[in-house]
Design a protein around this ligand. Structure first.
Ligand SMILES: Nc1ncnc2c1ncn2[C@@H]1O[C@H](COP(=O)(O)OP(=O)(O)OP(=O)(O)O)[C@@H](O)[C@H]1O
Ligand SMILES: [Mg+2]
Length: 218
């Protein structure tokens, strides 16, 4: 039986990806499923350095193409060094952000050519597509309120600094991507839900699709 699974979490900034990815990982570990949790951009030493370049304001000026290619370089290293080896080891890989982020942020929200972005991504990822993607969706009001909370604590990064109109475009992009691939992408409407309630929805979806991986554990 195939045990390797590639699961991604997507969504606008602050929608709960890190929180929910960690909870899913813990749940799978309890069920004795071998699992690797990782994130993009990042996940390897080289890719974390690229992440720092991309996310931290150092006064650097990125051309659009340079930005897209830096993300792609980070992904190529991450797939090669972490994700594929773990999948070959029959592990479940949970990754915060992947191709859909590139399409939503650099494509739909920034207005770059989607087909070109798809081609670059295909080259970078070697055509790796997630088995299952959770898109955490919040209305712009809720999502933006969370980002502003973090700004107040001085934790804002370069992407978040693009403002609420940009975040709204990212969300629209995500919803269009999800509408085109309903089999792969599960949209989780997180408005008004507590962390444990969102986790329950995610777990139910996972369980429905993949309970055969879990033995007797629920
Ligand atoms: N369902 C929820 N209700 C209320 N607060 C939440 C919920 N889920 C997450 N949070 C809080 O919102 C903040 C952002 O969550 P988290 O870091 O998991 O989001 P993220 O999508 O990973 O963000 P980023 O895009 O910046 O990585 C955290 O302070 C987290 O505790
Ligand atoms: Mg996060």
């Amino acid at each position: 039986m195939k045990k390797a699974l590639f699961i991604t979490f997507e969504g606008v900034d602050g929608t709960g990806k890190s929180t929910q990815a960690r909870l899913l990982k813990e749940r799978l570990m309890q069920a004795k499923v071998p699992v690797v949790l990782t994130r993009e951009p990042g996940g390897t030493r080289l890719a974390e350095k690229i992440r720092a370049l991309l996310l931290n304001e150092e006064g650097l000026n990125f051309s659009t193409v340079a930005e897209i290619l830096l993300y792609a370089a980070a992904r190529a290293q991450h797939v090669d060094e972490v994700i594929r080896p773990a999948l070959e080891d029959q592990k479940v890989v949970i990754c915060e952000r992947f191709t859909d982020s590139t399409l939503a942020y650099q494509g739909y929200a920034s207005g770059n050519d989607l087909e070109q972005i798809r081609q670059i991504d295909q080259f970078a990822s070697g055509g790796l597509v997630p088995d299952l993607t959770f898109l955490l969706d919040l209305t712009p009001q809720t999502g933006w309120a969370r980002i502003q909370e973090r700004m107040a604590q001085g934790q804002q990064d370069r992407i978040e600094a693009r403002g609420s109109a940009f975040q709204a475009k990212v969300r629209e992009g995500y919803l269009r991507i999800a509408a085109a691939e309903p089999e792969r992408i599960c949209v989780i409407n997180s408005n008004g839900l507590r962390i444990d309630e969102v986790h329950r929805l995610i777990w139910e979806t996972f369980y429905d699709k993949y309970h055969s991986l879990l033995g007797n554990c629920r």
